[in-house]
Write a protein that binds this ligand. Structure first.
Ligand code: MN
Length: 202
């Protein structure tokens, strides 16, 4: 049985994400994917797998309905952790150095992330991921997720309309800016970094 948890109160991200949005997003959308997944896997070989293992297996076996709901369950759990009530607005230490070596500086990273998130057509997710000793911005459509691939997710933004429409209506760019400037949990992103050893090619 896959569970879902919201790691803070519904009003923790106000004023950038309202309690009303978070209530719908967590109680209806996230929980909806989790409930659907649990129903789909009941009595199957998937039922007792940890979520990441389940995603890898569903991907390998092209069980698309299970894969979509499992990725949405994982992506949302990762999303809650990617945002912090206290909103540490700047990265520091190793992750800052990797942003600078990968994008030039933090401002350029934010600009590229913003472009990826405003430019993603329809529903999806925008990620900061680690690929060896480099960081990349990755946009994925619908439920797609880098979890279980060679890329390590560091943080994610949900750009499905249900994530922002109650607060920002059609103004996706304002929601993205609030995430970039006020909400990113850089401690969480930094904690997801993998050791790269040295600069040897993988
Ligand atoms: Mn969502």
């Amino acid at each position: 049985m896959i569970q879902s948890n919201l790691p803070y109160d519904y009003d923790a991200l106000e004023p950038h994400v309202s309690a009303k949005t978070l209530r719908f997003h967590y109680d209806k959308h996230h929980k909806g994917y989790v409930d659907k997944l649990n129903k789909l896997v009941e009595g199957t070989v998937y039922a007792d797998l940890p979520l990441e293992t389940l995603i890898g297996r569903a991907r390998d076996e092209a069980k698309i309905d299970i894969l979509n709901n499992a990725q949405q369950a994982w992506n949302h759990a990762f999303l809650w952790e990617s945002m912090a009530a206290s909103g540490e607005t700047q990265p520091d230490g190793r992750i800052k150095e990797m942003i600078e070596s990968s994008f030039g500086d933090v401002a350029t990273f934010k600009k590229q992330f913003r472009n990826a998130a405003t430019g993603l057509f329809g529903s999806g997710w925008v990620w900061l991921v680690q690929d060896g000793d480099k960081l990349q911005i990755l946009a994925t459509g619908n439920a797609d997720s880098p979890v279980g691939t060679h890329l390590t997710p560091l943080l994610v933004l949900d750009v499905w309309e249900h994530a922002y429409y109650l607060d920002y209506q059609n103004e996706r760019a304002r929601y993205i800016d609030a995430f970039l400037e006020k909400l990113i949990n850089w401690k969480f992103a930094a904690a997801n970094l993998r050791e790269t050893g040295n600069t040897r090619a993988a």
